[in-house]
Design a protein around this ligand. Structure first.
Ligand code: IPM
Ligand code: MG
Length: 354
């Protein structure tokens, strides 16, 4: 195999994950082809169907199988026949945690040509990126249930926050903010109510601030930040938040950007000790699965983030420009954007521009 071939593990998963993954891989391949770079895509049939057949979401040694790939591309996971906490805790979260993909990077942009739900806002007003902590916090899996099934039942879900874990994500966010034109960093906190975890979070942010004098950092309680994303999104640039806060804020960010179907995400291990994983932020959408109408843009944009991570920044930009061009053209619109185009139409339009 030539050194310019990247080996990618592909888990298309469930529902529309299977419909949007092929367009994403096709776009990635088309974007790097001119440079003589290729991909070897190795598909893994893991997900809820696999679970219903075998009792497992992925093979018992699944993580070992994935570990030597250059990256992982994930479509979506989840199906009505399998409880979500099972499918998620046996596939997505183990990959994120075991491969120490502690950065979940999620751009939130109102792209030209898209009508968002906020009146009077254009692309210049909504151009943010969320740096979501992706390895600890409320997703650490710590907790317990006492007296199950009785009236005294009691559940505890512990948020786990470490100084090291906070510091590495906040540092990543500072570095990112320093490279962006506006150099603004918003830290999502809730230290008025969460007197242990979020007080530590604030302390770490304040401690790093002197190292980044060019970055203006502002802390917001997460509830106020959610409101600000709606009332004054133009005042926001880079947002850093804990795992759960980042999860919620990025769905909000996708919604104000016009559609959940447009938003991409990257689960990154910055030290590259393990493969990083790229996925659209939407789920498997069982309600529209099989109809061929899913918007492939979130998935294709996620493939662009993968190219960037693999060192092909220019090819990545070409994909983003192709997406922008198609949306600005205004002709091809999937139903989530108010049109009648199919997944294949949107894919064809974007590939045509590549
Ligand atoms: C996301 C999803 C996941 C998360 C779910 C599927 C566990 O909502 O990637 O945002 O909460 O991280
Ligand atoms: Mg989410």
């Amino acid at each position: 195999m030539s050194p310019t071939t990247h080996r990618i593990a592909v888990i298309a998963g469930d529902g529309i994950g299977r419909e949007v993954t092929p367009p994403a891989l096709a776009a990635a391949a088309a974007a790097v082809r001119p440079q003589g770079i290729g991909f070897e895509f190795v598909e893994f049939p893991w997900g809820c169907d696999h679970y219903l057949k075998t009792g497992r979401m992925m093979d018992a040694d699944g993580l070992d199988q994935l570990r030597h790939f250059d990256a992982i591309y994930l479509g979506a996971i989840g199906a009505p026949a399998v409880p979500d906490h099972v499918s998620i805790w046996e596939l997505i979260l183990p990959i994120r945690q075991r491969f120490d993909q502690y950065v979940n990077l999620r751009p939130m942009r109102l792209l030209p040509g898209v009508t968002g739900p906020l009146a009077g806002r254009g692309p210049a007003d909504i151009d943010m990126i969320c740096v979501r902590e992706n390895s600890e916090g409320e997703y650490a899996g710590a907790g317990r249930i006492d007296h199950p099934g009785t009236p005294d039942e009691r559940a505890e879900q512990t948020g786990v926050f470490t100084r090291r874990g906070i510091e590495r994500i906040v540092r990543y966010a500072f570095e990112l903010a320093a490279r962006r034109p506006r150099r603004l960093l918003a830290s999502a906190t809730k230290s008025n109510a969460l007197q242990y975890s979020m007080v530590l979070w604030d302390e770490v942010v304040a401690g790093l601030q002197p190292e980044y004098p060019a970055v203006t950092v502002q802390k917001y309680h997460v509830d106020a930040l959610a409101a600000r994303m709606v009332t004054n999104p133009g005042s926001l640039d880079v947002i850093v938040g804990s795992n759960l806060f980042g999860d919620i804020l990025t769905d909000l960010g996708a919604a104000i950007s016009g559609s959940l179907g447009l938003a991409p995400g990257a689960n990154i291990n910055p030290e590259r000790r393990f493969p990083s994983m790229f996925e659209p932020i939407h789920g498997s959408a069982p309600d529209i699965a099989g109809k061929g109408i899913a918007n492939p843009i979130g998935a294709i944009w996620a493939a662009a983030l993968m190219l960037d991570h693999l060192g092909h920044g220019e090819a990545s930009q070409r994909i983003v420009r192709a997406i922008e061009g198609v949306l600005a053209g205004g002709r091809v619109r999937t139903p989530d954007l108010g049109g009648t185009a199919k997944t294949a139409d949107m894919t064809g339009a974007i590939l045509g521009r590549l």
